[in-house]
Design a protein around this ligand. Structure first.
Ligand code: PYC
Length: 338
C-alpha cells in the first residue's frame, strides 16, 4: 500500500485547510483539526484524519453548524451546561472546561452537560484535560442507533463510548476509552474501506445472522461487547447522556438524521471529581495506593489503558504519522471546498 508521511504540524495544517475551505469558522476548524490530528498521532485511526471525510460530508448534508457559538450556562452549583447550537461538540467543551474545572475544585464533584452537539470524536481527548488538572474524569455519549441490545437483532443503541481517566504524577494518565459496542463504527468502516473481514462477534446482518462482512454489519446491526453486560452499559449511556441531560437517545438521533447519513447529534455528559476535595491531606497517600494497583497490573504483564496511545504519541512526535496515499488524496480533494 502506498503511503504518505506527515509531520504533526503538516497533519494539523491539512485538516485546518480542509475544514476552513468547507466553511467551518476559525475556532471550530482549529478545535476539530486539533482533535483529528491527536487521534491520528495517538494511533487511533478510527478517530484520526480519516474522520475529515465524515465531518465534511455531514456539513455538506446540512447536518452540522459550521459556526454556532457555544452558549455556556451555570446551571447549578455542581452543573455546567454548554449548548453547542448544532455544531460539533469540541468547541463547546473547550469553552465550558474552565467552568467545569472551577466547579469540580470548589465542590469536589461537578458535571458538564453538552447539549445539541454533533459528535464524532474519541472521548479520551475530552478526559485528558481533566487528568492534566489532577482530576478524575468520566465521560459518555450516545450516537446513532447502530447496535442491537443483547438478545435482540434490531439497532437501538449507539456505539455509546464511556471514558474514564485517573491522574498520575509524572506519568501518563490512566485513561480507558471504550465503545460499549464490540468496536467503534469507524473501525468497521475502515475494515470496509480496506476490504478486510471483521473479527467474529462484531455484528449481524439485516436478517439477524452473524457475519464478518463489514457492509452487511453496517446495513444490519453491530453488537455490544460482553453480551448483556455491554448491553446494560450501553443502556446506561443512553440514559445518562440522553434523558438525564434533556438530549437525544441514539434512536432519536438517527430519526433526526432522517436518512441523510450525517454524524450523530445529541448530548455528552462529563463528570469531574477532585481527589484533593475528597481526601484533603490524605490525597498523596491514597493516590499512591492507586499506583500500587497499577503496578500490580503491570507486574502480570497487563497493559494499562492509555499506554499504547502514549507510546504511539511519542513515536508520532518523532516520526510523524503515516496514512495511505488514497486517503491522503481523498482528504486533499476536499480542500477545494463544497
Ligand atoms: O465510530 O463509533 C463510532 C462513532 C460514533 C460516533 C460517530 N462515529
Amino acid at each position: 500500500m502506498e503511503s504518505v508521511t506527515l509531520s504533526l504540524p503538516e497533519a494539523y495544517d491539512l485538516a485546518l485547510e480542509v475544514l476552513s475551505a468547507n466553511g467551518f469558522s476559525a475556532d471550530h476548524a482549529a478545535a476539530i483539526a486539533r482533535n483529528v490530528t491527536a487521534g491520528e498521532r495517538d494511533g487511533c485511526a478510527s478517530h484520526g484524519l480519516w474522520r475529515l471525510l465524515g465531518i465534511v460530508d455531514t456539513l455538506r448534508k446540512g447536518k452540522v453548524s459550521p459556526d454556532a457559538e457555544p452558549q455556556i450556562h451555570d446551571q447549578a452549583p455542581g452543573i455546567a451546561r454548554a449548548d453547542a447550537g448544532g455544531a460539533f461538540s469540541l468547541l463547546a467543551y473547550e469553552r465550558a472546561l474552565p467552568l467545569l474545572l472551577e466547579k469540580a475544585r470548589h465542590n469536589g464533584i461537578a458535571a458538564l452537560a453538552i447539549n445539541r452537539c454533533v459528535h464524532f470524536s474519541a472521548l479520551f481527548a475530552d478526559i485528558e484535560p481533566l487528568t492534566e488538572a489532577g482530576l478524575v474524569g468520566l465521560a459518555c455519549t450516545p450516537s446513532h442507533a447502530w447496535v442491537a441490545p443483547a438478545g435482540g437483532t434490531l439497532p437501538l443503541f449507539g456505539t455509546n463510548p464511556i471514558a474514564f481517566g485517573w491522574p498520575r504524577q509524572d506519568k501518563p494518565p490512566f485513561i480507558v476509552d471504550m465503545a460499549t459496542s464490540a468496536a467503534a463504527r469507524g473501525e468497521i468502516q475502515l475494515h470496509q474501506r480496506a476490504g478486510k473481514a471483521l473479527p467474529e462477534g462484531w455484528g449481524i446482518d439485516s436478517q439477524g445472522q452473524p457475519t464478518t462482512d463489514a457492509a452487511e454489519v453496517l446495513n444490519g446491526a453491530m453488537l455490544t461487547f460482553g453480551g448483556h453486560k455491554g448491553s446494560a452499559l450501553a443502556a446506561m449511556v443512553e440514559l445518562l447522556a440522553g434523558p438525564l441531560i434533556g438530549d437525544m437517545t441514539s434512536a432519536e438521533s438517527l430519526a433526526w438524521d432522517n436518512g441523510a447519513g450525517g454524524l450523530p447529534y445529541g448530548g455528552e455528559l462529563i463528570l469531574a471529581l477532585d481527589p484533593q476535595r475528597f481526601l484533603g491531606a490524605q490525597a498523596p497517600e491514597q493516590l499512591a495506593r492507586a499506583e500500587t494497583l497499577f503496578m500490580g497490573m503491570q507486574e502480570q504483564g497487563a497493559r494499562l489503558p492509555g499506554e499504547r496511545r502514549f507510546a504511539c504519541r511519542q513515536q508520532s512526535e518523532r516520526q510523524g504519522v503515516i496514512i495511505s496515499r488514497s486517503l491522503h488524496d481523498e482528504i486533499c480533494a476536499l480542500r477545494q471546498g463544497g
